[in-house]
Design a protein around this ligand. Structure first.
Ligand SMILES: N[C@@H](CCC(=O)N[C@@H](CS)C(=O)NCC(=O)O)C(=O)O
Length: 284
């Protein structure tokens, strides 16, 4: 994936930071993935919260670190890594003890993590429709500043435009039924494969927990609280999920404050009332 060489980092002071630092946000799925990993490995790190709800990720200072304006970002003794799965692989190399990559080859883990990352827009469709209850539109002024920001890395600037496009479309049309349906089908295809693997093994890549389980736990959590019928459709995946969810290293990172639970309840009820629950969409 795309790397940011240190000479392209405009907020230069972070290059002098010592130790492991993570820019993250409590409710961000990719940040949750990393925090679970750090909990499980017992690695200590310094948190830097970037409030996505108030648009702190669009500040010039943060864009000077990650021009894509996304969390998480890891800074390790001045070395900067973006992309949650790249960060997981980076940390796994640096901290090989209590391995979370021993159940299959590194190339398999890489391609399964790529498959997971490719579904990021899909989980966002589900979250914006079933978890955020119409919230989540960006302030136009901030979005414009974000759009107009220029880094010295054209590739990252282009990738950023995909984000801008998403939020513009979301502001205009919301998340359409077709988008939700397509996303749900993509998830179902993957879960079908994992359901069948779980007949013979305890986790997604073998009998030991791996990075792939951690990555998929986050998606599964979001789908679960959005009403995806795991028990009916994928009972082994459901058991796998509950086993992880009962562990504090996982639960503590995804458990939301009451206000978010209420917003979610409202979003689910309104989708249910209009006959658009996830179960209905999948059954049609
Ligand atoms: N592929 C990236 C995706 C990163 C991403 O989209 N992060 C989201 C949070 S999960 C974000 O920062 N969104 C910015 C926003 O909501 O404004 C990764 O895995 O790190």
């Amino acid at each position: 994936m795309v790397q940011i060489p240190s000479d392209q980092i405009k907020s230069k002071e972070i290059l002098d930071w010592k130790g492991l630092h993570l820019f993250h946000f409590r409710g961000s799925s990719c940040s949750q993935k990393l925090r679970i990993y750090l909990n499980l490995k017992g690695i200590s790190w310094t948190p830097h919260s970037i409030n996505l709800a108030s648009g702190k990720n669009y500040s010039e200072w943060f864009l000077g670190i990650n021009p894509k304006g996304l969390v998480p970002v890891l800074v390790d003794d001045g070395h900067v890594e973006i992309e949650s799965n790249d960060i997981l692989e980076y940390l796994e190399k640096k901290f090989p003890e209590n391995s979370l990559s021993s159940s299959t080859s590194n190339s398999d883990i890489k391609s399964l993590l790529k498959e997971e990352d490719d579904l990021h827009e899909d989980i966002r469709n589900i979250a914006y429709r079933y978890m955020f209850g119409g919230l989540g539109t960006k302030q136009l002024k901030k979005l414009k500043e974000y759009e107009e920001y220029k880094s010295t890395n054209q590739e990252l600037d282009q990738l950023k435009m995909k984000e801008v496009e998403f939020y513009k479309n979301f502001g205009r049309y919301g998340i359409t039924d077709t988008a939700v349906k397509n996303s749900l089908y993509k998830f179902s295809e993957c879960y079908e494969r994992y359901e069948s693997l779980l007949k013979h093994q305890k986790f997604f890549t073998g009998n030991d927990l791996s990075l792939v389980d951690i990555a998929w736990f986050i998606y599964t959590y979001r789908l679960f609280i959005s009403g995806f019928p795991f028990d009916d459709k994928f009972p082994l995946v459901s058991q796998w999920f509950q086993k992880l969810y009962s562990q504090k290293e996982f639960f503590n990172e995804v458990n939301d404050p009451l206000l978010f639970k209420l917003i979610r309840l409202y979003a689910r009820i309104s989708n249910n009332l209009s006959g658009k629950s996830i179960k209905k969409i999948l059954d049609n």
